[in-house]
Design a protein around this ligand. Structure first.
Ligand code: ATP
Ligand code: MG
Length: 569
């Protein structure tokens, strides 16, 4: 079965070569595997983040490239932390990123009965036992990396007694933590995961799907591999922290009558500068109110990135460039921004918007008149055509584009200086109006009617081109600018990550002036505000009060980093 995909997927696939794709290619070539089956297995205890995007692009990507299929499986074995909200949000985010699991939506909780049966199978074979030790005792007996563990005194319980106790555990006779089921492997193993790992624990908790049907829940290790086998997964791709679990994954497969034999492969997780990607941390940010929610545009969640204006294709492009390896590394968040910029530059229409307005009065422009000037929609895309922008006597320009006493390298507006207004005229600043506090509140200027369109017939030059908006025609809007949520490149270094929260990660500008064409923009449509960056409408917008998020500024820090790293010619 071919996984349907949208057409614009960048080449994270066909051209990609990595050790996992090599394994899949070899398995198919040698006939060890007929159809490749992968799975993306989120635990429904939070929203998906950009790290999960790496896992999705790999799992869904491999399935698509090799003509197989990828399942979406909720790894919902821990009832305490799971919610329906997460299950819905995760599906929405997977689809948004461009992936489709078709009819292959699964829940590990649907396998509880089968898993339980396999646990009894292990007990009957003398390969699992019920341990009365508490969690603390189990820990004390486990040993360390350098010392072997000790056998539990309950390890040699007869099979019948184990079966009886295990059934009574299921029947709800014992309170939480009173007993556990453990595999009987090797307390002296160099791999701690093989020192009689816990397979089941008692938890009197209601489960979002199985309700109160169970008070006994399988551990990750017991549920995951067996779920893979039930579904016929051929390549179970996970992150490196599970490498040490692989021997247990294989031990269980060797000792259970599974319907298929999956193999586990590990790759390094995505880490990004200025970003935390642990769900535990992200939950904390949301619950303690450090951000406005899971979809706060500063969050590295897919819902946050979407709200911020990141196209799904830019995220896939980013993940493709990062690649799949086995070595741990940290990727610059600037690379993600670069991918968004590169894509948006080709697709986003240009508009004029003044974020911090300063009034300009063109003294020699007739009062009460206006005209429509042609403006180019996208210099990267001739087919995008042109639009009309209204020009009149009173305008707004960017406050930063004027200095009363400019330093040597400031070429924009200043008293007596001539500049170009984009698509309009040359104007010259004649006078400055100030309030009682001495702040500049208005510029009095003149324009040269002969420079319409932005060029002087006598060939004289100006050193700056400014964006502007006609005051009478402007739409007033709120614009939200974002910076990294964490100041340090490594938020985990140096103590409490919350101490490293950037107090200036959100700037709200609520008196922005936009050209009228911007009132036609739809939700989710990207736009470039000339000289300011890429933006999109935020869902907080109302009909009479647009709210825009800046996705990324125009300045490309990634390109700068690369330029710095390139040896000088
Ligand atoms: P967290 O550590 O944030 O809680 P998790 O691994 O517990 O993440 P799951 O919901 O279990 O989150 O993850 C689903 C899949 O996504 C797993 O296969 C996991 O390995 C993968 N994954 C999670 N985080 C990353 C990451 N940063 N990079 C790559 N893959 C990831
Ligand atoms: Mg997990």
């Amino acid at each position: 079965m071919k996984i349907p995909m949208s057409e614009d997927v960048p080449p994270t696939g066909e051209r990609a070569r990595d050790f996992i794709r090599d394994v899949v290619r070899d398995d198919l070539g040698a006939g060890r595997v007929e159809t490749v089956v992968t799975r993306f297995p989120p635990e429904p205890n939070g929203y998906l983040h950009i790290g999960h995007a790496k896992s999705m692009c790999l799992n869904f990507g491999v399935a698509r490239e090799f003509g197989g299929r990828c399942h979406l499986r909720f790894d919902d074995t821990n009832p305490a932390k799971e919610e329906h909200e997460y299950i819905d949000a995760i599906q929405e985010d997977v689809r948004w990123l461009g992936f489709d699991w078709g009819e292959h939506l699964y829940f590990a909780s649907d396998y509880f009965e089968q898993l339980y049966g396999w646990a009894e199978h292990l007990i009957s074979a003398g390969k699992a036992f019920v341990d009365d030790h508490s969690a603390a005792e189990i820990r004390a007996y486990r040993g360390t990396l350098t010392e072997p563990g000790r056998d539990s005194p309950y390890r040699e319980r007869p099979v019948d007694e184990n079966l009886d106790l295990f059934r009574r555990m299921r029947a709800g006779e014992f309170e939480d933590g009173r007993r556990v089921l453990r595999a009987k492997i090797d307390m002296a193993s160099g791999n701690i995961n093989l020192r009689d790992p816990v397979l089941y624990r008692i938890l009197h908790a209601s489960h979002p799907r199985s309700g109160d049907g169970w008070c006994l829940y399988p551990t990750y290790d017991f549920a995951h591999g067996q779920s893979d086998a039930i579904e016929g997964v051929t390549h179970s791709l996970c992150t490196l922290e599970f490498e040490d679990h692989r021997p247990l994954y294989n031990w269980l497969a060797d000792n259970l009558p599974l319907p298929s034999r999956p193999r586990q492969y590990e790759f390094s997780r995505l880490n990004m500068t200025h970003t935390v990607l642990s769900k535990r941390r992200l939950v904390q940010l949301v619950e303690d109110g450090h951000v406005a929610g899971w979809d706060d545009p500063r969050m590295p969640t897919l819902s946050g990135l979407r709200r911020r204006g990141y196209p799904a294709a830019a995220i896939r492009d980013f993940v493709g460039r990062v690649g799949i390896t086995k070595s741990d590394n940290v990727v610059e968040v600037a690379l993600l921004e670069h991918c968004a910029r590169e894509l948006l530059n080709k697709t986003a229409p240009r508009r004029l918007a003044v974020l911090r307005p300063l009034k300009v009065v063109i003294e020699n422009y007739p009062e009460g008149e206006s005209e429509e000037l042609d403006a180019i929609n996208n210099p990267e895309d001739a087919a995008a055509g042109t639009r009309k922008v209204p020009f009149s006597r009173e305008l707004y320009v960017e406050r930063d584009d004027f200095m009363e006493d400019p330093p040597r390298k400031f070429f924009r507006l200043a008293p007596g200086r001539e500049v170009r207004l984009r698509y309009a005229y040359f104007i010259t600043c004649r006078d400055v109006v100030k309030n009682d506090a001495g702040e500049v509140i208005e510029l009095r200027c003149t324009y040269d009617p002969a420079t319409q369109g932005g060029n002087a017939p006598d060939g004289r030059k100006v050193k700056a081109t400014l964006h502007w908006v006609s005051a009478a025609h402007a739409v007033t809007a709120e614009v939200r600018l974002y910076d990294h949520l964490f100041e340090r490149p490594d938020p985990g270094a140096g103590g409490d990550i919350l101490d490293g929260l950037n107090g200036e990660s959100l700037t709200r500008l609520d008196e922005c002036r936009l050209e009228p064409a911007l009132s036609d923009l739809g939700p989710g449509e990207p736009v470039q505000f000339e000289r300011q960056g890429y933006f999109c409408l935020d869902p907080d917008a109302s009909a009479d009060r647009p709210v825009f998020n800046r996705t990324v500024a125009l300045r490309d820090t990634w390109a700068r980093i690369q330029a710095k790293e390139r040896p000088k010619a």
